[in-house]
Design a protein around this ligand. Sequence first.
Ligand SMILES: [Zn+2]
Length: 87
Amino acid sequence: MITNKTTYECTDCGRPDIVKNGHTRKGKQKFHCKTCGKYGTLDPEVKYPPERKAEILRAYHERSSLRGLERTFGVRRQTVSKWLKKK
Ligand SMILES: [Zn+2]
């Protein structure tokens, strides 16, 4: 017998009081938190890990062309400008 028991907590408040709430289009488990009322996805997909993001931002500061980044890294201009605004 194989038991694979994973416990998940709410990504917002950290309470274990969450219930399954269907799946995303990509098949990720969605949840609803009964404590704080949050609807969310477990293990959300991280599209750009921090190293990748840092690399892209470095390239931006060296060459400073969003269109160039789009071609080189395949990252959307909107995504990069969002990161730039956050800084
Ligand atoms: Zn919660």
